[in-house]
Ligand binder design. Structure first.
Ligand SMILES: [Zn+2]
Length: 308
């Protein structure tokens, strides 16, 4: 099969790799219908987060079950399912508490898993999914023929759940003010003006740089909360405990346990209450993935959808 492999910073290739197969009884093989490129994939692309040469890449995908291991109970061949951006067993104490990202049996797509096996990345034709019962979430079969809905459902694998996690961490509540710190120019003054100089009750920090955390601290009101989900990179964090202490500011967040949020968010995506599909502003085939990385890196595309 063909899959995306990172060889070095700025060196992404789509190449032939071995077909995935059942290795553990709890595995399924999923044929990928939709995948995408994430802002956090760009850190590897830019060489700001380390990857081994030859490693698979991509952590957002959905597709159809093609093979089922003898230890899988919840899925059958032909089922449509979405994968969260890490796999998890669904049975350990962390998974039971909803913190699937801390599952000791879990792993990040494209990395070497706890069992020592190289895992598949999502930007390819198919993926071996470990611990399928604890990882995948089944989708209505009818969605497979609805292009816009499939695109919207793909956002469940990372960005929608991550945004939700930030909102939970920031204590977003009805009637409160919310500010989002994204990857653009800082507008401290504007937020202060809009909030009678007080700042926002809830601030979502979605970048992970020292500058973005300082911006978040600068626009949150006293007694407010910051929900942080930007993958921290760079040495300094921008977190000033003295300031937070003096102003009673809460900081909560981290890598989002999206597997826990998918069942909650799925009905809203299915009935259109939430439609995240517009976040994808570019659609490509698998062979164009290197171009997709280049365009997101150069900011001529925001988020690239892949149809293998
Ligand atoms: Zn677990």
């Amino acid at each position: 099969m063909r899959a995306t492999v990172i060889h070095a910073p700025h060196d992404i290739r789509v190449q032939e790799v071995p077909d995935p197969g059942i290795q553990q009884p709890t595995d399924v093989v999923l044929r990928v219908l939709r995948a995408c490129i994430c802002g956090s994939d760009l850190w590897a692309y830019r060489g700001e987060s380390a990857r081994r040469s030859g490693q698979r890449i991509g952590h957002e995908f959905l597709g159809v079950v093609e093979e089922v291991g003898p230890g899988v109970n919840g899925f059958a061949v032909g089922d449509l399912a979405v994968a969260p951006f890490v796999w998890s067993d669904g049975t350990c104490t962390y998974c039971a508490e909803g913190l699937t990202t801390s599952c000791p049996e879990g792993g990040f797509w494209g990395s070497v898993g706890p069992d020592g096996a190289q895992s598949d990345g999502g930007q390819g034709e198919a993926v071996r999914v470990p611990h399928a019962d604890g990882t995948l979430v089944k989708l209505p079969a009818a969605a497979a023929s609805d292009d816009r809905l499939l695109t919207a459902l793909l956002a469940l694998s990372d960005v929608l759940g991550t945004g939700h996690h930030a909102a939970v961490g920031a204590g977003v509540a009805p009637g409160g003010t919310v500010a989002v710190v994204g990857d653009g120019a800082a507008a401290l003054a504007a937020v202060r003006e809009l909030t009678r100089g007080e700042g926002a009750h809830s601030v979502i920090e979605a970048v992970g740089t020292e500058q973005s955390m300082r911006t978040a601290l600068g626009i949150v009101r006293d007694g407010g909360s910051i929900g942080y989900v930007g993958v921290p990179h760079g040495s300094a964090t921008g977190v000033d405990l003295g300031v937070m202490f003096g102003r009673n500011i809460a900081l909560r967040g981290g890598v989002a346990p999206v597997r826990t949020y998918i069942p909650e968010l799925l009905p809203d995506v299915l009935d259109g209450t939430i439609d995240p599909s517009p976040v994808f502003d570019r659609s490509i085939g698998l062979d164009e993935v290197p171009v997709g990385y280049k365009e997101m890196d150069e900011r001529t595309a925001l988020k690239v959808l892949i149809t293998p």
